[in-house]
Design a protein around this ligand. Sequence first.
Ligand SMILES: *Cc1c(COP(=O)(O)O)cnc(C)c1O
Length: 413
Amino acid sequence: MDIIDRAALEERDRHDPLAAFRGEFLLPEGVIYLDGNSLGPLPRKTEAAVQDLITRQWGQHLIQGWVDDGWMELPARIGRQLAPMLGAAQDEVLVCDSTTVSLFKLLGSAVQFNPGRSKILSTKDNFPTNLYTAQGLSALLGGRVRLQTVSEDAIEAALDESIAVLLLTQVNFRTGAMLDIPRLTAAAHRHGALVIWDLSHSSGVLPLHLREWEVDLALGCGYKFLNGGPGAPAFVFIANRLQPGFQNPISGWLGHAAPFDFSPRYQPAPGILRATSGSPPVLSLAALACGVELAAKADLGQVRAKSIALGDLFLKLVAQECAGLDLQPACPTDSALRGSQVSFSHPQGYAIIQALIQRKVIGDFRDPNLLRFGLAPLFLRYVDIWDAVQHLKAVHENREWEAPEFQARKAVT
Ligand SMILES: *Cc1c(COP(=O)(O)O)cnc(C)c1O
């Protein structure tokens, strides 16, 4: 294996077709941010856009803002901007509520499409909000529909005519391992089940083809690789063919066909708008619009290629620089099977991450012992990976993780 040095990576950065995107973000001085998969950084344009929304639009236009400033249009407008990134049609995507609330809505509708069936099938290691939401819905339905969970390699074998909906997340939040959307979608369809794909760790960084893959329903987080800001609303995708039958379980007034008739009887809006419940979170949407606009400018083929290169580099450098340090890759080493993160296991994972944060290298820790590093190609440079691995090596060599302040657990990891 060729030895990699920092100078070679500086050269690589000079030829990076995405290099200019870094300047579009406000990154704190000296920080190597490897958590863009958890909370994306602040796009420069967001600051002014949110300020304008507050002082000029809300401050001066008051209630007229709903129409004059296009607030009411934001959920569908941002949806149209996201559509090409998802391989969706313009009228298949809407941005409205949090990821968790959006999931409840999709799941609640999905089980009504298949009323004779009694199970939601998911994976044991799915992101907990997916499992909890399914459990909550099951309780609400008096146990008529139950959640069944299996390991990732047992999904296809567990599909049968009792499954109403297959609920999966493309990229495993711990390991970064990727599930095969077209294959599992086709398998679910062979058994008459619907699919819901959670694309929280995918949108903005992986090329997606939801129409071509015949995905039924999907959703994804707005504050990870889409850089929409803390707690940003999520997007939902509802395939055109399912929209007429989509029954929103949070059937609020703004999802009504004619909200300002104030009719006592709910009648859903046509098309994707029936996924609306109440008033859109306009302040949050203003920030999300900037993140999505930025992500939409990047060529997703280039983004994916760089994401793979950053991940391969991280793994190679850990092997080259940190041999003998007890760091085991916990993500797929085959880039075709890996999302946009790398993870490693180490018995002192938590304390190592804390020691790295002290050195301004921001990654995160996931139970039981995983160090997780998100790879956001729009602002990371190849030299950042070199520098991060040098810090990782130094933390080990100096045994910095032994310091008591790094051993105590914080509330947000
Ligand atoms: C981040 C993430 C969520 C986030 O849910 P919120 O309601 O936005 O807190 C949901 N699902 C997955 C798979 C995630 O990675």
